[in-house]
Design a protein around this ligand. Structure first.
Ligand code: KG4
Ligand code: ZN
Length: 333
């Protein structure tokens, strides 16, 4: 039996999880509300909140799992990418535990872990598969040959899909993170009410910064004629923005599926809990004969269960780090 404690602290969630032989025994998350009024994550505040949360979160993860410290085989932590001050809190905590318990340390790449979230529950994709990872900081199409061999074959050249949601929400006067709010308002709106342009980016890369600008100009123009425009048409605006973001994502995913010939297709990352993206993937799956997958919502946004599951595969490969492993803004998968 291999029992691993994993810690995630790359952004604004302090999280800990225990897994045994790849099965998740606990998944504890403390979200940081402190950023809401700032319209985005404030790095300094995130680090401080991680310091406050990490001991109770790890304690609760161990208690929920019913696991004693001395039965842990390894301690894992998110090494990159992320806010450096935030990463340091989790890394240092994991390192201290590994040192005190004399257990091996496993650094995990956060983006690899988002992909691995698809392997936690059944049914899970078979290899090779494609994963569209869409989060607040990243938008990637990843070709996965095995749990530890992955290649990014397309990514955003500017903003991430989550940023496109959050920045649009900010322009609309909605609090951070705006993605889930846009998703909710869109449910009552008409996605064809307003048409936003689709960027023409070659290959499998994405771009979202032009969309943000076009939304800004569109709103300024309408508000000049009607100062209550946003208030009156919020569901239609949200539905139209969401429709464009989802079609940009799905069109590139289709292109990747054609180019690689792969029909096992997954979503990952915070934006993969978006209801329209999920239904659009299912629809495309039916149309193109894909088998489609997405993690349950608790494994889409940042969590430590995905770090624990990834660490399990790294453990099987004997891929450990010495205790001098440090977080870094960049790290290899
Ligand atoms: O993966 P994640 O939790 O953190 C990062 O690693 O960035 O992703 C957070 C992002 C935020 O941009 C948030 O607005 C977006 O995921 N998000 C959503 C939804 N739920 C979370 N975007 C659209 N629709 C949702 N339902
Ligand atoms: Zn993430």
């Amino acid at each position: 039996m291999i029992t691993i404690l994993a810690i995630e602290s790359s952004c604004d969630e302090t999280a800990a999880s225990v897994c045994r032989d790849g099965r998740i025994l606990s998944n504890i998350i403390a979200s940081q509300k402190v950023h809401e009024s700032y319209g985005g994550v404030v790095p300094e505040l995130a680090s401080r909140a991680h310091m406050q949360h990490i001991v109770p979160v790890v304690d609760q993860a161990m208690k929920t799992a019913g696991v004693e410290m001395d039965s842990l085989d390894s301690i894992a932590f998110t090494q990159a990418p992320g806010l450096i001050g935030a990463l340091l809190v989790g890394a240092q905590f994991a390192r201290s535990m590994a040192l005190a318990l004399n257990k091996p340390l496993i650094p995990v790449h956060h983006m690899q872990a988002h992909v691995i979230a698809n392997l936690i529950d059944e049914p899970s994709p078979s290899f090779p598969f494609l994963c569209l990872t869409v989060s607040g900081g990243h938008t990637q199409i990843v070709l996965c040959e095995s749990p530890t061999i992955m290649k990014v074959i397309g990514e955003t050249i500017d903003d991430a899909a989550g940023e496109a949601f959050d920045k649009s929400a900010k322009i609309l006067g909605l609090p951070y993170p705006g993605g889930p709010l846009i998703d909710n308002y869109a449910k009552q709106g008409n996605p064809k009410a307003f048409i936003f342009p689709e960027p023409q980016i070659p290959g499998l890369n994405f771009s979202f910064s032009g969309l943000k600008t076009s939304i800004l100009y569109f709103l300024q123009e309408h508000q000049r004629q009607n100062p209550n425009f946003i208030e009156e048409r919020l569901p239609d605006i949200c539905a139209s923005i969401q429709r464009r973001i989802v079609t940009i994502l799905l069109n590139k995913l289709k292109k990747a599926a054609i180019e690689t010939g792969i029909k096992e297709i997954c979503l990952a990352g915070g934006v993969s809990s978006n209801s329209e993206l999920r239904s659009a993937l299912k629809e495309a799956g039916n149309k193109y004969g894909w088998n489609t997958y997405y993690p349950s919502p608790q494994y889409c946004t940042d969590n430590a269960a995905m770090i624990a599951a990834t660490a399990y595969y790294k453990f099987l490969d004997g891929d450990f780090a010495d205790l001098s492993a440090v977080p870094s803004a960049r790290a290899t998968w």
